[in-house]
Write a protein that binds this ligand. Sequence first.
Ligand SMILES: Cc1ncc(COP(=O)(O)O)c(C=O)c1O
Length: 371
Amino acid sequence: MNVADIRISLIDLQQRFHEERAELLACVERVLESGHFVLTPELNDFEEKIAAYTGAKHCIGLNSGTDALMIGLMAMGITRGDEVITSPISFVASTGSIAHVGGTPVYADVRDDQNIDPAEIEKMITPRTKAIMPVHWTGRISDMHAIQEIADRHGLMIIEDSCQSMGATYHGQHGGTFGAVGTFSAHPLKALNATGDAGFMITSDDAIAETARRYRNHGLVDRDTCLDYGVNSRLDVLQAEILLYRLGRLESITERRRHNVNLYRQLITAPEVFIPPCQAHEVNPFVMFLIQAERRDDLKAHLESKGIMSLIYYGTPLHLQPAAKRYGYQRGDFPNAERQADRVLALPHHQHLTEDEIAEVAGEVNAFYGV
Ligand SMILES: Cc1ncc(COP(=O)(O)O)c(C=O)c1O
């Protein structure tokens, strides 16, 4: 779709800048004026506020959500030969992080809401299983009470890919606090977003926190002493300052996004479209708004012809990616995930979308199906 033809865009980060211009530029000025850019007290402040907000004991600021996953797994002791059960519906980084620490990703199929099905997890457990990595897709938290029960019964650890679920709760508890480690991306498309790559992990385990904190800074315990080799994954202080400012706005932005999704729900009435319902015990910040639609590709083309952008998010489940070939999966292994990948479509969704725009998108979806 040519940019010039887009009337209703999927996201609008420029509008966000215009809304926050004065405060963002003040953040930039504060950091540049300070002359301190690496591992500063501002970063500590950010980490303390995130820990307090989520209810975790520790937060460690990192370069990305992918690093949070990799460093989290490493700090939990996941290593060569260990199996980690995860979801085939995710961004590649969930599986990629397991592979990078030498582990073996093992998939379990998803429910209608695109989150991992606890009953399927149970079937995949072997003597080599060490951990479960649920992915909270779009921000909706997986069925964590059932997953915790399975993990406890089998002596398994949990690392949550909560990269999309900042601001999300399940029975009043924040995403990322149900297992040993919770991982977050602050990529520009997330609910709490930086102006570039950024991420963090949370944990209430002192030993995991200490290992991760050391590892993100080359394994140094002080300027001259390296205990074990690490990487450079220190959250950029400028991004930390911006995220700290945006943390104060997260709830109002989440409210606006949830309001938009509720409106979509009321207005899209075509029976060919399935929108996973929200349950009373969950708050989903809706990082994306995904529908599952019959004749999805034709619907996408129809929307495009009306100047409405949409995106297939994603069309290939992780077990069918070329990179996963070595694990021997094939089409048919995870029918729910495969069916969803064939039907899923992200509609325009952000906090600046107007009610008229939502009504227009919903109207075009209905019109496509003759409703
Ligand atoms: C579910 C999920 N996991 C992991 C990641 C990786 O995060 P990042 O892009 O910050 O590395 C993302 C972000 O795109 C994500 O959506």
